[in-house]
Design a protein. Structure first.
Length: 445
């Protein structure tokens, strides 16, 4: 018969498999057309093997030994176990004189050769796994290979609890769910079992990110909270993923996480500033209706919306932009909305109190003849000036709370904000004094 190189090379040509195992085999054995394929069954993640019937040669199988032969024998099992303990993958080449008929593989099979493959660990993988460990991210390895082999490789790269491995071959769905949060390395996993593992981890309250590059990963990728595909992988996997690593390098993941942290943490701060003003406007709208209904005041609202321009530009707009660009590697803690409300509500309440203090001073003071302004209900310039100054500096105090705890960057942002806000208000007062209150229209008519 044909030699191993001819058989494997012809099988690779016939099946057109292009996974990492096929590439490794192709690099060693090459590809050829010396044997004529009659029936082809490409590699399947479910069957864990590929098979080809050649004219005049019967059927050859290539794949996981325990999926090709139910009993590999004592000698075969020793070869598999010894190599698996050393972190090597073992692939069996087997033969049957019978042919594949109606997509059914012949049951009569005999081992021809064992092929040993070594997975090379990328130098940056160890540092990447270490980074995730330091950042309290549990790394689990899900593979279709022998769990003993995967466990050994996982140990080398520093995966915590890598010695806790299990084969999911033949396990029921309930058994897979129970194993999901107990073991670290999962071997002989089918595509459906990958999805069940991700779902079981999510059910325990974990946020799950899944990386994959093949069609067999699609179910799990769609189930995960965050799915990451490799650019070198299948197009289908890329299409269903949230992120695609263009360099197909897992070491890019820490930078992805850091960027996510920067976005989330900085948006929390920026959102707090915007919602602070929204909260103030909502509360004041309700109070203005109550004041009108109870005949406390005849004013439709406490000020013109244009009166808030200094607050929006100096206290909210400028700082929010500057804070959004700050590098931020802090761990994301708590829930986004609760974190935002914790910072925006106190600021919003402070702004409401500031507006009411100026308004009621004018309203009550004028009614009692004590206010030098005598401007109740008139919305004249002195009242607006007091209101704008009160709102801007109260907003600045809220900004200090949002920026805490301080670092050099946030400290500079607060100093710049204070300087620009003060300069803006000084300019406003100077213009009012220069051209007169009645002619100054910038902050409302």
């Amino acid at each position: 018969g044909a030699n191993v190189s001819t058989i494997v090379g012809s099988m690779l040509t016939a099946t057109e498999d292009n996974n990492q195992t096929a590439i490794a085999l192709s690099n060693y054995f090459g590809r050829n057309r010396e044997l004529t394929a009659k029936v082809v069954m490409p590699f399947s993640s479910q069957k864990k093997l590929s098979a080809v019937t050649f004219e005049g040669y019967g059927t050859y199988f290539l794949g996981a030994p325990e999926f090709i032969l139910k009993d590999v024998g004592a000698k075969g099992q020793k070869i598999i176990n010894d190599n698996a303990k050393s972190g090597y993958r073992v692939i069996m080449l087997a033969h049957s004189p019978l042919e594949i008929k109606d997509d059914k593989l012949p049951a009569t099979r005999k081992a021809v050769a064992y092929i040993v493959i070594e997975d090379h660990i990328r130098p940056e993988a160890i540092d990447t796994i270490k980074w995730f460990k330091e950042n309290k991210v549990a790394v689990k390895v899900i593979s279709g290979d022998n769990p003993m082999t995967v466990s050994e490789v996982a140990k080398r790269v520093g995966v915590e609890n890598a010695e806790k491995y299990i084969s999911l071959d033949g396990l029921s769905n309930n058994e897979v769910r129970e194993a999901a949060n107990t073991y670290t390395v999962f071997g002989r996993v089918s595509p459906e079992q990958k999805r069940i593992l991700v779902k079981a981890m999510k059910a325990k309250g974990h946020t799950v990110a899944m990386t994959g590059d093949g069609v067999n990963d699609i179910l799990a990728l769609r189930e995960a909270d965050c799915s990451v595909a490799m650019a070198s992988g299948s197009e289908a996997a890329r299409n269903v993923s949230h992120l695609v690593l263009m360099d197909s390098n897992f070491s890019s993941m820490p930078e992805v996480v850091k960027e996510g942290r920067r976005v989330i943490n900085n948006i929390q701060n920026s959102s707090s500033l915007y919602l602070m003003k929204t909260f103030m406007s909502a509360v004041l709208s309700i109070l203005s209706v109550i004041f009108l209904y109870c005949n406390i005041s005849n004013d439709l609202y406490f000020f013109d919306t244009s009166n808030l321009l200094p607050l929006e530009m100096c206290i909210i707009g400028l700082p929010s932009v500057l804070l959004a660009f700050q590098p931020n590697k802090d761990l994301v803690e708590g829930h986004f909305m609760s974190n935002v409300f914790k910072k925006c509500i106190p600021g919003g309440v402070a702004l409401v109190v500031a507006v009411l203090a100026v308004y009621l001073y004018d309203l009550l003071g004028a009614g009692a003849g004590l206010s030098p302004l005598q401007l109740s209900g008139s919305f004249a310039g002195e009242y607006k000036t007091m209101l704008i100054v009160a709102v801007v500096y109260t907003g600045f105090m809220a900004l200090l709370v949002v920026c805490s705890p301080f670092d050099k960057y946030r400290g500079v942002v607060c100093l710049i904000t204070f300087f620009i806000a003060t300069l803006c208000l000084t300019g406003v007062v100077a213009l009012i004094n220069l051209i007169g209150i009645e002619q100054f229209q910038f902050f409302g008519k």
